[in-house]
Write a protein that binds this ligand. Structure first.
Ligand SMILES: Cc1cc2nc3c(=O)[nH]c(=O)nc-3n(C[C@H](O)[C@H](O)[C@H](O)COP(=O)(O)O)c2cc1C
Length: 307
């Protein structure tokens, strides 16, 4: 797959298609379904300082063209991850990223500090779509100062590249993308899910136990593409694009819009091998279009007729 060879903030990738966080467990659970060594990379489920049980059921609702989830960031906690998952993950020759979240800057720093002592990771992805409980519940991802504070603090302790995963639930993405870059992010990824509500009109109840959830899947792709395009023009660090990618051509669209690499999330719910299939389909697309390297496609969208 040499046409697909890519690099992301200094990390060599076999191909630019990664499995997204939260839809690929800790990677190992998919070993019987996918040859993990063939993946461009994988991002594990979000890790917190302590284990978390997550939200009450129902946690998932199938929407038109996508799904709404409110898992509540259930995870085994960073120490159990290091003890029970990382040793086997580290043996897989693919780029493994730890997705990290918290409810204070200190939470993020502590999770990364624990992971810094361990081998087997290519980098970190910070999920900043969480409320900062020490600042009145304001979301890190909605406030440039809070975002800069957490990214700077993590970058001080991290020797590995830090990717900051932005939320789409903002009026303008550019100030947040620039704040992450200036605070030391090696790359940004976007999008996380769109806050959404599914209603059961007969019972006058939300379909999701926690009330609101996050919309993902094909329904969000056009909005994700717009946000990736805007973010890529605002910063000079690489952008990792995701949101509704299910085919090789979807991935190509994100690359053209400005993404250096992409991730596949919800599509793994109906096709667990979709990150690998998307990479193969992308390779076929490159062959058909006579493009020698996937790198040539990045940011080539001609928005206006005369560009
Ligand atoms: C069930 C589920 C769990 C998720 N968990 C996480 C998570 O732990 N951390 C994170 O950063 N994103 C999480 N996400 C967001 C996805 O990684 C991705 O950003 C989003 O779903 C959009 O991509 P997609 O349309 O390809 O799914 C989750 C998404 C889903 C559907």
């Amino acid at each position: 797959m040499s046409r697909l060879a890519s690099s992301l903030c200094g990390i060599e990738l076999r191909n630019p298609v990664l499995a997204a966080s939260g839809t690929f467990a800790y990677g190992l659970e998919f070993a019987g379904l996918v040859d993990l060594a063939e993946l461009g990379g994988l991002v594990v489920k979000g890790l917190s300082r302590e284990p978390m049980d997550g939200n009450p059921p129902p946690r998932i609702w199938e929407a038109e063209g996508g799904m709404i989830n409110s898992i509540g960031l259930q995870n085994i906690g960073v120490r159990a991850f290091v003890r029970d998952k990382l040793p086997a993950l580290a043996k897989i020759p693919t780029a493994v990223f730890a997705n990290v979240f918290g409810y204070s800057t200190a939470d993020y720093v502590e999770v990364v500090r624990v992971l810094e002592g361990e081998a087997g990771l290519a980098g970190y992805e910070l999920n900043v779509s969480c409320p900062n409980t020490q600042h009145g519940g304001i979301f890190f991802s909605n406030d440039t100062a809070l975002l800069a504070e957490v990214v700077e603090a993590v970058c001080r302790v991290a020797r590995r590249p830090v990717i900051v995963k932005l939320s789409p639930n903002v009026a303008r993405i550019e100030p947040l993308a620039r704040a992450a870059e200036q605070a030391g992010a090696a790359a940004i990824s976007l999008v996380n899910t769109f806050v959404a509500l599914a209603v059961d009109a007969r019972h006058r109840r939300p379909r999701i136990g926690a009330g609101f959830g996050g919309l993902s899947g094909p329904a969000i792709k056009p909005i994700a593409l717009r946000l990736v395009y805007e973010a890529a023009r605002a910063v000079s660090i690489p952008v990792v694009g995701l949101g509704g990618i299910a085919t090789g051509e979807d991935a190509a669209e994100f690359l053209v819009a400005g993404a250096t690499a992409v991730q596949v999330g919800t599509a793994t719910f109906w096709d667990p091998s979709s990150p690998l299939r998307v990479a193969r389909e992308l390779e076929r697309f490159l062959k058909e279009e006579k493009i020698a390297s996937v790198r040539e496609m990045v940011g080539t969208l001609r928005m206006k007729e005369n560009e």
